[in-house]
Design a protein around this ligand. Structure first.
Ligand SMILES: *[C@@H]1O[C@H](CO)[C@@H](O)[C@H](O)[C@H]1NC(C)=O
Ligand SMILES: *[C@@H]1O[C@H](CO)[C@@H](O)[C@H](O)[C@H]1NC(C)=O
Ligand SMILES: *[C@@H]1O[C@H](CO)[C@@H](O)[C@H](O)[C@H]1NC(C)=O
Length: 791
């Protein structure tokens, strides 16, 4: 691309500073999108303060504008040629598109005009009188978007000028940007029919109605001076029908006239583009560039090698937007040089694999992170530098020092004793190919366990955590900050456990838990005690709205230097004669809720974690714990995007779970818990986990779960579908719970049914938990009597 760009930046005092002039045939660089929250979650705090009425709309807008300007400035200073705008959002980019199209559901009482914060945030969050719009996962990321609700009666009008305003805002700061819009076809495919609209309604039939609004936006952007525009069409990576693909052809043919005179990029991400989609995409009219994720999968690369339209730009997403590892610059240069040979030197643009929204923001805010580990990482701010270093290197302006430092970091990561643990590698390698199953079948095991545990029919239990009080959180914090001694901490936690045990005995629950007062989080607690994990101070990633998560980083071979939970579990067991459950997080969940290594396949890391958990399971058993629960909350969440990859994933995920407990005696009862019930499609895999008892979310999903068994799936292990929803403060009555149990008894044998809530009780208050559990136990007892009388 031969362009001249003068980067000017307005400083606070309104002095103009010329940062640089690029006027050569430099390789272009591009960033698909950037995190919005800010390096220290500034947007989160500004949003929450605004929502709480503690600050004004102006205050919020000021924080947002400062964040945008610093991001644009940072990308410009790094030499980025195509800097995105409109990737900022106060809540979500799909909701922004809904606002742009004026597709506001009637319940929000919008009467036309530019959509403001009141309507926007009531769609996002609901308020005392209207519920929010539904939120769902953004492809296979942990980001969640607001699902548009559409139907034949929606009147689309141009109702939010955000894209144009942000383009102009950047321009006023001296930064010419590429405005980003969610593409029209992906937008419709991400929508759902509004309430009252037939489920079979064709959302794509609305294409003709939304394209006029897109045309207005494009015309305004052109008038404001935009020379490039980016349409994100990530739906192209999914398994689409011919009819759906045809919609892309139709949409961009219709837009062609409006787009003329502009450079148009269609951006895809998160997976390979299937062959049919690739040929549809690269034949689109009016489009001048195509963006691909070259990090996930290698099939798109083969398609490009097989043919790329001449004269078009290839945006090569070589810098990973989903993870926190430094790019292997030497390998990327190799790849990019190969691509230059195919598309031509002036048609290759170096880019990120997807928006950087899905990675942490800036490594500069991690002063406490170990120096060697830090040298292996790149957060969003560092990834911008990588993209530009690659682009410059391709035109002979290679920053030798930067490349040398990167090569050294990679060499150190390959050989560092902190990464490689030969014994772990060998143990994990030895697992491959073998099956790992308990020797005895589940019915025989349940019999052996019952002899030892001697539980009543319809045994009652809870899922693990008990309410976490302010006091408890404070004590944990003080202990971590070394403000209180280990002795005082242990004493406090012991008292807490003792009180939880007493409460359960008084309630007459059959299988007890210790309540997990020592745990902050079900993954961090284990990660902190395992080797191979690192933790950041500010490595936050947006999950939805103002909510962020801070995943641990798995950087090395995982091992367990010493027992992690045995101390607390055996202390708890010593306080009661009833069985006490040992509580562990399973390998698939630990893996899925972390930033994972990219130097070995996911399953290998998962097997390593499985071996560490296996050691813990066996130590608990030795310490006299006869019931051990291994939670796999994320088993279903981890399913890959494309159906063709499901079987392989489920195979190693389920295998990993079995590895953790294949070595225990028949009399040791293994439980697992899943906090969703939507797994009718993977029920075979759930059975294949071969747990003795599985407790599952059930009450929130209209008992969808039970339908599997109605349809005749044979299930012989213990099962505890949740009898009440812990996410609500409402206290269910005994009758209501008894009714639920009866519904379960209609499809499940009484000798395998357990009675328990849906999920852990951590977020509830004791004033809710005690009466709810008391009613639950009463309901179980009522049914025991009824069952006995029926005999
Ligand atoms: C809730 O939002 C709707 C739609 O924006 C608005 O009309 C209503 O006044 C709001 N109610 C409250 C209690 O804030
Ligand atoms: C777990 O992995 C899946 C699939 O990659 C992803 O959708 C999900 O958001 C992950 N969960 C978390 C907490 O990152
Ligand atoms: C399970 O094992 C027991 C004892 O080994 C055997 O009698 C029984 O038939 C087996 N049940 C099934 C369903 O395979």
């Amino acid at each position: 691309m031969s362009i001249c760009v003068i980067f000017t930046l307005v400083l606070k005092e309104f002095k103009i500073l010329v940062v640089g002039i690029w006027c050569n045939r430099a390789m272009a660089s591009h960033i698909v999108g950037y995190p919005r929250m800010g390096p220290k979650r500034e947007l989160k705090f500004a949003l929450e303060s605004f929502w709480d009425g503690k600050s004004s709309a102006d205050d919020l807008q000021k924080v947002a504008a400062d964040l945008r300007s610093s991001i644009w400035k940072q990308m410009a200073e790094a030499g980025t040629k195509l800097i995105p705008s409109n990737t900022f959002s106060y809540y979500d980019q799909v909701l922004d598109t809904t606002a742009m199209l004026g597709a506001v559901p009637p319940r929000y009482g919008w009467n036309g005009g530019e959509i403001g914060f009141d309507v926007y945030f009531s769609m996002a969050r609901g308020n005392a009188s209207v519920p929010a719009m539904e939120m769902t996962k953004w492809f296979d990321t942990n980001y969640h978007y607001i699902v548009p609700e559409l139907g034949p009666d929606v009147k689309f009008t141009y109702a939010s000028h955000k894209a144009v305003n942000e383009y102009k805002e950047a321009k006023a700061l001296g930064v010419d940007t590429i405005p980003v819009l969610v593409g029209p076809v992906s937008y419709l495919l991400l929508s759902k029919p509004a309430k009252g609209v037939e489920k079979s309604f064709s959302l794509l039939s609305l294409l003709d109605k939304i394209l006029p609004v897109y045309k207005e936006v494009v015309a305004e952007l052109k008038a404001a001076g935009a020379t490039w525009i980016q349409f994100d069409e990530p739906k192209l990576v999914m398994d689409l029908s011919a009819h759906e693909l045809q919609a892309f052809t139709a949409a961009y043919s219709d837009l062609e006239g409006s787009l003329s005179g502009l450079n148009v990029l269609i951006e895809t991400y998160f997976a390979d583009v299937p062959a049919e989609a690739y040929s549809t995409l690269t034949s689109l009219k009016g489009v001048t560039g195509f963006g691909f994720d070259l990090v996930r999968g290698s099939k798109t690369l083969d398609l490009i090698k097989g043919g790329f339209p001449s004269g078009k730009y290839l945006f090569a997403g070589v810098v990973d937007g989903r993870n926190i590892w430094a790019n292997d610059l030497a390998a990327s240069i190799n790849l990019l040089q190969g691509l230059e040979g195919i598309v031509g030197k002036d048609k290759l643009v170096v880019s990120t694999s997807c928006s950087l929204l899905h990675t942490a923001v800036d490594l500069a805010n991690e002063p406490k992170l170990d120096k060697e580990i830090k040298s292996w990482l790149a957060f969003a701010a560092q990834k911008v530098l990588e993209v530009n270093a690659l682009a410059k290197s391709l035109t002979g302006q290679r920053d030798e020092a930067y490349f040398a430092a990167n090569a050294m970091a990679h060499a150190s990561r390959k050989s560092s004793p902190r990464v490689v643990n030969q014994a772990v590698q060998e143990a994990a390698a030895a697992l491959k190919g073998s099956d790992h199953r308990r020797l005895t079948n589940v019915s025989a095991r349940l019999e052996a366990q019952q002899k030892k545990l001697n539980l009543p029919i319809l045994p009652t239990t809870t899922i693990g955590s008990f309410p976490q009080t302010m006091d408890l959180r404070r004590v944990r914090r003080e202990y971590k900050a070394k403000k209180i001694s280990e002795d005082d901490y242990v004493k406090f936690i012991k008292e807490e456990i003792n009180s939880v045990v007493k409460i359960q005995e008084e309630l007459d629950i059959d299988v007890l838990v210790h309540g997990e007062p020592e745990r902050n989080d079900m993954v961090e607690y284990f990660g902190e005690q395992l080797s191979g994990f690192a933790f950041t101070a500010n490595g936050w990633v947006q999950s939805y709205g103002s909510r962020c998560v801070k995943p641990p980083i798995i950087y090395g071979d995982v091992s367990r230097p010493k027992a992690m939970t045995v101390f607390w579990s055996s202390m708890a067991q010593s306080m009661t004669k009833r069985p006490m459950k040992g509580m562990l997080t399973g390998p698939v969940t630990i893996l899925n809720w972390s930033f994972v290594r990219n130097d070995q396949p996911r399953f290998e890391t998962c097997y390593q974690i499985a071996l560490a958990i296996k050691d813990e399971v066996e130590d608990l058993e030795k310490a006299g714990i006869n019931v051990i629960q291994i939670d796999e909350a994320a088993l279903r969440e981890g399913l890959p995007l494309r159906k063709s990859e499901h079987a392989f994933y489920l195979d190693w995920a389920v295998h990993s779970f079995r590895i953790t407990n294949c070595g225990v005696q028949d009399t040791t009862q293994i439980h697992t818990h899943m906090c969703y019930s939507n797994f009718n499609d993977i029920i075979r895999s759930i059975i294949d986990m071969d747990a003795d008892v599985i407790t599952i979310e059930n009450s929130r999903s209209d008992e969808k779960l039970l339908s599997v068994f109605r349809e005749g799936v044979k299930y012989g292990a213990g099962i505890g579908p949740g009898v009440y929803d812990i996410h609500s403060p409402r206290i269910p009555s005994t009758e209501e719970i008894a009714d639920r149990i009866k519904k379960m008894l209609a499809v499940l044998e009484s000798n395998i049914l357990w009675v328990n809530p849906d999920c852990g009780l951590k977020t509830r208050k004791y004033t809710e938990v005690k009466p709810a559990l008391s009613n639950m136990v009463a309901a179980a007892k009522t049914l025991r009597t009824e069952l006995a009388n029926a005999k």
